[in-house]
Design a protein around this ligand. Structure first.
Ligand SMILES: *Cc1c(COP(=O)(O)O)cnc(C)c1O
Length: 421
């Protein structure tokens, strides 16, 4: 499923930065970015979804390669700006935006706010009117009447808290025309995540582009921008393979060329978090103890699902394992099956179940591959007060700490001791 390359000196990094540790590789981000760039026709902008990995150095790296940013909180917006992403290459989306977030978008002059409801557009309109600033560009996030094709966590075609139902968008012409502080420039739709099949991605893109054209006609607006989401996956589990990027290019060329003929100047955006980051990260834990219970071997490590919730299993009831390596003996043949667990007091703290590995001893390093997306950011790092781990970026010039691990004082410093008796 993946090739083993020489890779970083994990033992040296673990020694220098402590474990548990996320190791990110600059070259791997670059390879993923280039793959996606080459699979998309010229003129489709890649928007990096910070949700997948909000580390500012990761955002800066992807930004320097040419990615814009798709952000969903005030902190993500500030991250993208400080990372050096130009405001005109940033979009802000997500349900339940605060007034402070709307204001920050206007002040920064980002490319567009993606409105999740008409009420939100009205709130933005009022804010712009109070400030007396120019009408602010807005994309309407649509909850399409159709469901996505293909595997993955599908959205669309069902009740959702995201976006505006397609029907309601069609009926919104007059309500939107009253808003002088916002300018509807386009349509956004996001059909789901973990799509591995190129044909589904292209088919979904085609349907969203067609929907955008039809909605623009109903609303009487010129179509300046369409963001057709993304959700391109990577293989994690046995039987999966990474998307075929050559075939994706072939299919996307066709779908987009057709749209381009009618909309030559429309800015197109594709969002990507997982695809750009997953393969660039390895979660490195050190085994503290190896024990046997009723015939099953457990390697109890210093980090677990508190930093890597995704490894518990993504939307499935059957435990499926992320790719795992014995970093001290990467080429040795497996001798036993080990369940790798962390320091949490819950049986769910299971990173891999009965994975075949060479002999594991206390002190050995284990690497969970393809862990650059939805790692710490999507994990209960405060559970049992272990805190969030270190993150290191390995690049041609060496290796740098890009996130300092939490200490007990960091965790307790946020609390206030109030004695009530
Ligand atoms: C989560 C999310 C993304 C990123 O999805 P990936 O599968 O990580 O690429 C993009 N857009 C929206 C609207 C999202 O909610």
């Amino acid at each position: 499923m993946h090739t083993t390359e020489p890779g970083p000196d994990y033992a040296g990094l673990a020694e220098r930065f402590t474990t548990p540790l996320f190791v990110y590789e600059a070259d791997a981000f670059e390879r993923s970015y280039t793959q996606l760039r080459q699979a998309l026709p010229h003129g489709v902008d890649i928007m990096y979804s910070l949700k997948a990995n909000p580390n500012i150095s990761v955002c800066a790296l992807l930004g320097s390669l040419g990615a814009g940013a798709e952000v969903s909180s005030h902190a993500e917006l500030v991250t993208a700006l400080r990372a050096g992403v130009a405001p005109q290459d940033i979009i802000f989306l997500g349900p339940g935006k605060s007034d402070a977030e709307l204001r920050a978008c206007v002040e920064a002059g980002i490319a567009a706010l993606v409105c999740e409801s008409l009420e939100e557009a009205e709130r933005l309109d009022a804010l712009v009117a109070r400030r007396g600033s120019e009408p602010f560009p807005v994309m309407l996030r649509v909850n399409p009447s159709f469901t996505a094709k293909g595997q993955g966590l599908a959205m669309g075609g069902k009740p959702r808290q995201f976006g505006i139902d397609e029907r309601a968008v069609r009926d919104a012409k007059h309500r939107l025309a009253d808003l002088t502080g916002v300018r509807v420039t386009g349509i956004h739709a996001y059909m789901g995540t973990r799509f591995l099949d190129h044909a589904s991605v292209a088919a979904n893109t085609g349907r969203i582009l067609a929907l955008a054209e039809s909605l623009a006609a109903d609303l009487g607006i010129g179509l300046e921008t369409v963001d057709f989401g993304g959700g391109l996956g990577v293989a994690y589990f046995a039987g999966e393979s990474d998307p075929d990027m050559d075939l994706l290019r072939r299919d996307m060329d066709e779908v987009i060329a057709d749209f381009r003929q009618r909309n030559p100047r429309c800015r197109l955006m594709m969002e990507s978090g997982r695809f750009l980051t997953a393969r660039a990260g390895t979660y490195v834990v050190r085994v503290r103890e190896v024990k046997e219970s009723m015939g099953e071997l457990f390697a109890v490590a210093d980090g677990g699902t508190n930093h890597h919730m995704a490894a518990v299993g993504i939307g499935s009831f059957v435990k499926r394992d992320f790719p795992v390596r014995h970093l001290g003996a990467p080429d040795a043949p497996p001798t036993h099956r080990y369940s790798i667990t962390g320091p949490l007091c819950t049986p769910n703290d299971l990173i891999v179940k009965k994975a075949p590995l060479p002999e594991v001893r206390p002190g050995d390093l284990i690497g969970i591959d393809r862990s650059g997306a939805y790692g710490p950011t999507a994990s209960p790092g405060l559970f049992l007060s272990h805190g969030y781990p270190a993150e290191v970026l390995v690049h041609r010039g060496g290796a740098d700490l890009v996130r300092v691990p939490d200490t007990t004082e960091d965790l307790l410093g946020r609390q206030r001791l109030v004695r009530t008796r």
